[in-house]
Write a protein that binds this ligand. Structure first.
Ligand code: UT7
Length: 382
C-alpha cells in the first residue's frame, strides 16, 4: 500500500512588539519610502528580552498540535529549521521536544538558511514515505534581531522575528506532499554569512570588535541569485508533480523582498491572486517566513482542500528549496481550537513539571554518587 505525507496541523507565533519603518527612521538614516519601495516591508515583529527562538517555536508548535488535534506523545520527530538557534548546542529542537512533552520524539536542528522550513518538510515527507515515522513536527523559527547590526541600515531594516510550524502525518490517502527539490551552491556562502562564533572564528573580543557576530549580506548578489532560482525551483517541482504552471492555486514564496516575488511570478506567469505575500507585516523572518505565510493564507481562506500549493525558499548557503503540496486538511472551527488550547495548557504544565522532576532527579543522583564515592575513599578496605 502507498504511503503519503499530509500536513494536518499548522501554527504561527509573532512577537507582539511591532517596529514600523518610521520607528527605524527615527534611529537611523533611512525612510519609510526607501524601505517600502526597495522591499515592500512596512513593519516587522521584534522579540522582547523574554522571547527567543525556542519560546517562539514552542508557541507555534502548540498551535500546530491544536489544529492537528493530536497529542504531543504521537510525535515521532521534531525538526527545527533555524539560523538563530537558542544555543550552538543543545539543539533548539530538544528544548521544544521537552517543553511539549513529546517524550517519544527524536529532535534535531536543521540549518539551511531561509530554505530551512521547506528542507524540513521534504525530510519529513521522505521519512514518512519510507515508513520510518508517522508523525513529524517541522518548525521554522528565528530571532534574527539578535544577530543584526542595528547600525547597518542595509541589513537591519530587512529582517524580523517569528516562528511557524506544521505537523506532517502518514496516510494511505493520495495527496499531501507530492514532491520537492533541494539545492545548494556553497560557492556563494560568503554572500550571506554570520562570520563569527563558529569553529572558523570562535567568539572572543576580536570577533566582537570586528562585528563578526552580526549577519553580513551582499544584497545585490543575493537578489540576483534569488530571482533566478525561485522560478527555476518552482518549475521543477511543478513538472515533477505532474502539474502545469496554470494549475497552481497558490504560490507561497519566501518573504524577503516583494520585487523578488514579483519577478518570480512574472517568470511563472502567475496572476497576483495566486501569490501569497505578507512580508509587509513581518519583514524577512528567514526559516519562519514560509510557515507563517502558510498559516496566514489558511486563516484568510486562501487555501482549500484540493488546492495545489507551491512553496519556494532561498537563502544563506546559498540554498534553495521548493515543494508541491496537494492540500487536504480542513480548517478547524474556533470553538474546537479554544477547547484544545485549554486542554493543551494543562498538558504543557504537566510536561514542565516532569522535566523539572527529571532535572532534580539527575542532580540528586549526582550528589548521592559523589557522597558515596567520598565515603568509599575514606573507608579503609577490610
Ligand atoms: O532571505 C534571503 C535574504 N536576502 C534577500 O533576499 C535580500 C536580497 N536583496 C535585496 O532585497 C536588495 O538588494 C536590498 C533590499 C537589500 C537592497 O536593495 P538595492 O536596490 O539592491 O539597494 P542597494 O543595496 O544597491 O543600495 C542602494 C542605495 C545605496 O546608496 P548609494 O550607494 O546608491 O548612495 C545604499 O547605501 O540605498 C542605500 N541604502 C539605504 N538607504 C536608505 C541601503 N540601505 C538603505 C536604507 N535606507 N535602509
Amino acid at each position: 500500500m502507498s504511503r503519503y505525507a499530509h500536513i494536518i496541523g499548522w501554527g504561527k507565533y509573532a512577537p507582539p512588539n511591532v517596529v514600523t519603518n518610521d520607528d527605524l527612521a527615527k534611529k537611523m538614516e533611512t525612510t519609510d519610502a526607501w524601505i517600502r519601495e526597495r522591499t515592500g516591508i512596512a513593519q516587522r515583529h521584534i522579540a522582547s528580552e523574554k522571547e527567543s527562538t525556542a519560546t517562539m517555536a514552542i508557541h507555534a508548535a502548540r498551535a500546530a498540535i491544536e489544529t492537528a488535534n493530536i497529542s504531543p506523545m504521537e510525535i515521532d520527530l521534531v525538526i527545527v529549521a533555524t539560523v538563530t538557534p537558542e544555543y550552538p548546542f543543545p539543539a533548539t529542537a530538544c528544548l521544544v521536544q521537552s517543553a511539549l512533552g513529546a517524550e517519544r520524539a527524536g529532535a534535531f536542528d536543521l540549518e539551511a538558511g531561509c530554505s530551512g522550513f521547506v528542507y524540513g518538510l521534504a525530510m519529513a515527507a521522505g521519512m514518512i514515505r519510507s515508513e520510518m515515522y508517522d508523525t513529524i513536527l517541522v518548525i521554522g523559527a528565528e530571532t534574527l534581531s539578535r544577530i543584526l547590526d542595528w547600525n547597518d541600515r542595509a541589513t537591519c531594516v530587512l529582517f524580523g522575528d517569528g516562528a511557524g510550524a506544521a505537523i506532517v502525518r502518514a496516510s494511505d490517502k493520495p495527496g499531501g506532499m507530492m514532491t520537492s527539490v533541494l539545492g545548494s551552491d556553497g560557492s556563494g556562502g560568503d554572500l550571506l554569512i554570520l562570520p563569527g562564533g563558529g569553529a572558523r572564528h570562535p567568539a572572543g573580543p576580536e570577533t566582537v570588535l570586528s562585528k563578526m557576530h552580526y549577519a553580513r549580506m551582499n544584497g545585490r548578489e543575493v537578489y540576483r541569485f534569488a530571482t533566478r532560482v525561485m522560478a527555476e525551483a518552482a518549475q521543477i517541482v511543478v513538472r515533477r508533480a505532474g502539474w502545469s504552471l496554470d494549475q497552481i492555486d497558490l504560490f507561497i514564496p519566501h518573504q524577503a523582498n516583494a520585487r523578488i516575488i514579483e519577478s518570480a511570478a512574472k517568470s511563472l506567469k502567475l496572476a497576483p491572486e495566486k501569490i501569497f505575500v505578507n512580508l509587509q507585516n513581518y519583514g524577512n523572518t528567514s526559516a519562519a517566513s514560509i510557515p507563517i505565510a502558510l498559516c496566514e493564507a489558511i486563516d484568510a481562506d486562501r487555501v482549500q482542500p484540493g488546492d495545489r500549493l507551491v512553496l519556494v525558499g532561498f537563502g544563506a548557503g546559498l540554498t534553495w528549496a521548493a515543494c508541491a503540496i496537494e492540500w487536504t486538511a480542513a480548517k478547524p472551527g474556533a470553538p474546537a481550537l479554544r477547547h484544545r488550547a485549554a486542554t493543551g495548557r494543562l498538558r504543557y504544565l504537566w510536561a514542565g513539571l516532569k522535566a523539572l522532576g527529571w532535572r532534580l532527579q539527575r542532580r540528586t543522583d549526582a550528589t548521592v554518587s559523589k557522597v558515596t564515592e567520598a565515603v568509599e575513599r575514606k573507608t579503609p578496605e577490610e
